[in-house]
Design a protein around this ligand. Structure first.
Ligand code: PRP
Ligand code: MN
Ligand code: MG
Length: 183
């Protein structure tokens, strides 16, 4: 097992920048929902675990933390609008404000399908916050209501994001060395 630092090309967003930006994002959320009586934050496993945990620390309005697991590649259904739910919400979102918490929007397929799925449950409102946005890679039209950083099309890992299930634990967002995923 190798030292993780050896397979990182460079640090794209360091720990301090992440923390500062996440506090700022939390202030937008606090302001937006201050007069609402519900807020259900829904993190999508596993990538958004770190972001959810850090963001939630600074949320001042009353909120529920919920988690969902979905499968992004159910063969043949890429454009059907269906998403395979591996772990569903534990709570009813009817008439509630829902905030989907994602680590990254890449092609957009995951979020588009998930949003359609949640919409059918008649929530009061659904908004999306993502830590990272890679707009160059988008294949379907979906935009976050809030984002942390727009990033170029590079293979990023850390702070929840994985390469083959590894490196989620890095405290920063790093770019993976090319030779790691090309060999
Ligand atoms: C990654 C990432 C987003 C999704 C974005 O999750 O965490 O959830 O892909 O991709 P998209 O915009 O192209 O749909 P992944 O399916 O790798 O699962 P993970 O969160 O468990 O790593
Ligand atoms: Mn994910
Ligand atoms: Mg992943």
């Amino acid at each position: 097992i190798s030292d993780t630092n050896e397979i990182i090309e460079k640090v794209l967003i360091d720990e301090e920048s992440l923390n500062l930006r996440i506090k700022k994002l939390a202030s937008y959320i606090n302001e937006h929902y201050k007069d609402e009586d519900t807020l259900i934050m829904v993190a999508i496993l596993k990538g958004s675990v770190m972001f959810m945990a850090e963001l939630a620390k600074y949320i001042k309005v009353d909120t529920n933390l919920e988690f969902m697991a979905v499968s992004s590649y159910e063969s043949g259904t890429e454009s059907s609008g269906n998403v395979k739910i591996l772990k569903d919400l534990d709570t009813d979102i009817t008439d509630k404000n829902v905030l989907i918490v994602e680590d990254i929007i890449d092609t957009g397929h995951t979020l588009l399908k998930l949003k359609n799925n949640l919409q059918k449950r008649d929530p009061k409102d659904i908004k999306i916050i993502t830590l990272l946005d890679k707009p160059e890679r988008r294949e379907v039209e979906i935009k976050p209501d809030w984002y942390g950083f727009k990033i170029p099309n590079e293979f990023v890992v850390g702070f929840g994001l994985d390469y083959d299930q590894r490196l989620r634990n890095l405290p920063y967002i790093g770019v993976l060395k090319r030779e790691v995923y090309e060999k």
